[in-house]
Design a protein around this ligand. Structure first.
Ligand SMILES: [Zn+2]
Length: 406
């Protein structure tokens, strides 16, 4: 091939069908340790000729390898030799991911099986030129990959990404009203798609993949750290809303006369349950300065049973339960996963949330399970690679040389 070609325009229906078939075959090989072409034809319902042609294309592109003959298999009349088993050549192509947070940029290069082959974590000092940081990470990752073997770039950040006004807004990063990142990403001279998304979506994507598909149909992933973001899985699909802004649970109003929020509102959930807000409450209780306390210190005080820390945790649990319950009332979610630094508060905090939720007579809330994320903080990058891989064939047609915002 190459798998991704920016020269395939205009896109015909025939090309879309071919891309869809390529994706099916790629996924089928990826899920198997070893699989033959005839098995792929059976699974896909495609003709053996079509499967042979698609597989040959993937072998030529270096993403699939033949690993030897099927044990006990007879020679086929068509090719006069025993059928060869196929596997994904994990190092046949790579995905570059860059994740911006308040204090760091972390870049990871993933292979086709979502193994990490390179990591770079850099501390950011203010003021940050985010575009230059992304470019620097990308340059380093490109330097590690043979020409034509990079499938694309995926960028995640804790920000609301306006598809229509093309602005970034964040209560975590200093990007208020920024329009330059979208222009910069669109202008990157790469023959491959660039994906930009809110980090919570990628956390959600990775976390969902950690469960069996039948285990969760409707999930809310609430990422609580420097801010509060969320991703929503409904009926097995990520729900983005009409303009891609679904999941802003952090700015759900708990108290119309409450603490002012950087979003311009008052009494937002984020102002009571994100890490800086918890530290602010704790500092008020202790009559000290919030900037003098690390979250780990608060967690240590909580596990030691310090009354001030317990009071703050109880109030945060009450607020979080109210926010979660409102989301359940709206969406009839069956699982709420809490990710991010909040999980350091441990099982007792989870139980407090449950107690506050289940004290109501809301049937949907009483059926819903609330748990901590199975995956750690690095799951954002894994989710980016998985998202990219799961959508790359479609992206190759519709979004080559374009910025794709999720
Ligand atoms: Zn707000």
């Amino acid at each position: 091939m190459p798998l991704i070609s920016a020269k395939q325009k205009p896109i015909t229906d025939q090309q879309r069908i071919k891309e869809s078939n390529l994706k099916f075959i790629f996924d089928a090989i990826l899920r198997s340790e070893a699989v033959s072409r005839s098995e792929l034809a059976q699974r896909s319902g495609l003709s053996p000729t079509t499967v042979y042609s698609l597989v040959d294309e993937m072998i030529d592109g270096g993403v699939v390898s033949e690993i030897g003959a099927e044990a006990g298999a007879e020679e086929t009349a068509k090719v006069g030799r025993r059928p060869q088993l196929l596997r994904i050549n994990s190092e046949g192509a790579f995905i570059a991911c860059a994740w911006l947070s308040r204090a760091h940029i972390q870049c990871q290069l993933f292979d086709l099986k979502c193994n990490v082959v390179h990591t770079r974590r850099k501390r950011l000092s203010q003021p940050v030129d985010y575009n230059a940081e992304i470019q620097s990470g990308l340059d380093e990752m490109r330097g590690l990959v043979a020409p034509g073997r990079l499938l694309g770039l995926c960028v995640a950040l804790p920000a609301v990404i306006g598809r229509k006004n093309r602005q970034l807004n964040s209560t975590v990063l200093h990007v208020e009203g920024d329009k330059s990142m979208l222009s910069y990403l669109e202008a990157i001279p790469l023959d491959m798609p660039v994906v930009l998304g809110n980090e919570s979506i990628f956390y959600t994507y990775a976390e969902k993949a950690a469960y069996s598909p039948s285990d969760i149909r409707n999930m809310l992933y609430v990422n609580i750290g420097a801010g509060v973001g969320a991703g929503i899985f409904l009926n097995g699909e990520i729900y983005m809303g009409s303009t891609g802004l679904a999941g802003e649970i952090g700015h759900m109003t708990l108290d119309m006369n409450g603490r002012p929020c950087e979003c311009g509102g008052r009494g937002c959930l984020e102002r009571y349950v994100c890490v800086p807000a918890i530290l602010e409450s704790y500092a008020q209780e202790k009559k000290i300065c919030a900037s003098d306390i690390a979250f780990e210190d608060f967690v240590a005080a909580l596990s030691n049973g310090e009354p001030a820390a317990e009071a703050v945790a109880a109030e945060a649990a009450r607020c979080l339960a109210a926010g979660i319950e409102s989301a359940i009332n709206l969406l009839d979610i069956d699982t709420v996963v809490l990710g991010g630094e909040i999980s350091l508060m441990g099982e007792p905090f989870l139980q407090q949330i449950g107690k506050n939720m289940f004290a109501t007579i809301n049937k949907a809330a009483s059926r819903c399970r609330v748990c901590y994320a199975r995956l750690d903080r690095g799951a954002c990058l894994l989710g980016m690679a998985k998202y990219f891989l799961d959508n790359v064939f479609q992206l190759s047609l519709e979004y080559a040389q374009k910025l794709y915002i999720i």
